[in-house]
Design a protein around this ligand. Structure first.
Ligand code: PMV
Length: 336
């Protein structure tokens, strides 16, 4: 039996991917920051290579999980078996676990599919695992699993839609001030979302603001690349917050319209604006498809922000926030 074992972090989008075409090709490019502590560790065991047909079993956090297994199996039939025909006669066991708590509002699909893709590329054995081609291929396969997963292979800042819409690439020119950012992930609610990302993406087809959105995303993409290089904090925070607001405005203006933010999400945003003014904290909020708020903060101001959050912990579910950083490193867990 051969086993491949990799871990990859989650990521948070600064310019958002919302809306897609066939084969998980995004409607517009996006930029993200890769987390460090919130990650998935995944192992792929090849139990046999002589099956009549592909067979998969999936364990999450040590327990067999049939409903995840179905979804993952679909991805294999839809994409991975065609990409890696050798798998068609394999029986495999995939085991995965997250470093972050279950139902804490952080989607694990990005870190899971990024770590699985790394196992698949090692299995393919076409590229050496320390080459750029290896990561490009992993990013390509991760995208087929879950779009935003393609960005989790690199860090700290990542562009999807630069040289290709099929995979992501690291952003190399980054100002010193942006090299140690913190992400305070503020948990507002871990309830299951009323509308899945898959449905949300599809509602961008025929959306009244589709064309304007593409234009805005492209503009933010160019601006953010320059801002990351120049180190301009106030422009950085404006872009992040406009992107978060726009994403949720697009959801509200979809047909049917929907709301993922909760009252406490808005309350926290108002507080963040106050803290920024009154305590001179370099902090910007961003939000993915859910009610939880990511506070991206300059590392020199992290202590001040932590105090503010602790004083206002009643806004948070179980008074909980997770402290992470924007860095992002994948790991071959066989070597650890
Ligand atoms: O990768 P998906 O299909 O889960 O979509 C992610 C969508 C957002 O998180 C809202 C934005 C993004 O770019 O990650």
């Amino acid at each position: 039996m051969t086993e491949y074992r990799w871990s990859a972090p989650s990521n948070i989008a600064f310019v958002k991917y919302w809306g897609k075409k066939e084969q998980q090709i995004p409607m517009n490019g996006s930029i993200s920051g890769t987390l460090s502590h919130c990650r998935s560790k995944t192992s792929l065991k090849i139990l046999s290579t002589e099956q009549d047909q592909f067979h998969l079993e999936f364990y999450f956090a040590g327990e067999k999980n049939e409903s995840f297994a179905k979804k993952i199996e679909n991805k294999f039939h839809q994409y991975f078996l065609n990409e890696i025909p050798l798998l068609k006669n394999c029986s495999v066991r995939i085991e995965s676990e997250n470093s972050f708590p279950h139902s804490c509002g952080i989607a694990s699909s990005a870190s899971f599919y990024a770590s699985l893709a790394l196992c698949l590329v090692e299995f393919e054995a076409k590229y050496s695992s320390d080459s750029q081609e290896f990561l490009k291929r992993a990013s390509y396969l991760a995208r087929l699993g879950s779009g935003s997963a393609c960005r989790s292979l690199f860090g700290p800042f990542v562009l999807w839609g630069g040289e290709s819409m099929e995979y992501a690439e690291p952003i190399v020119k980054v100002h010193q001030d942006f090299k140690n950012l913190k992400d305070f992930i503020c948990l507002i609610s871990s309830e299951e979302k009323s509308v899945s990302s898959t449905l949300g993406h599809s509602l961008m087809d025929g959306h009244p603001y589709r064309d304007v959105r593409i234009e805005q995303a492209n503009m933010h993409l160019d601006q953010l690349k320059s801002v990351l290089e120049a180190g301009d904090w106030s422009k950085f925070s404006n872009i992040l917050e406009q992107e978060a607001n726009q994403l949720h405005a697009l959801m509200m203006c979809s047909t049917p319209g929907f709301f993922l933010l909760k009252e406490k999400s808005f309350e926290l945003i108002q507080k963040v604006r106050q803290w920024r003014e009154q305590n001179s904290i370099r902090v910007a909020y961003t939000i993915d498809a859910g009610p939880n708020i990511h506070l991206i903060c300059h590392s020199d101001d992290a202590d001040k922000l932590r105090v503010c959050l602790e004083e206002n912990s009643s806004l948070l579910e179980n008074c909980r926030f997770i402290e992470d950083e924007i860095s992002g490193v994948i790991r071959n867990e066989h070597e650890h």
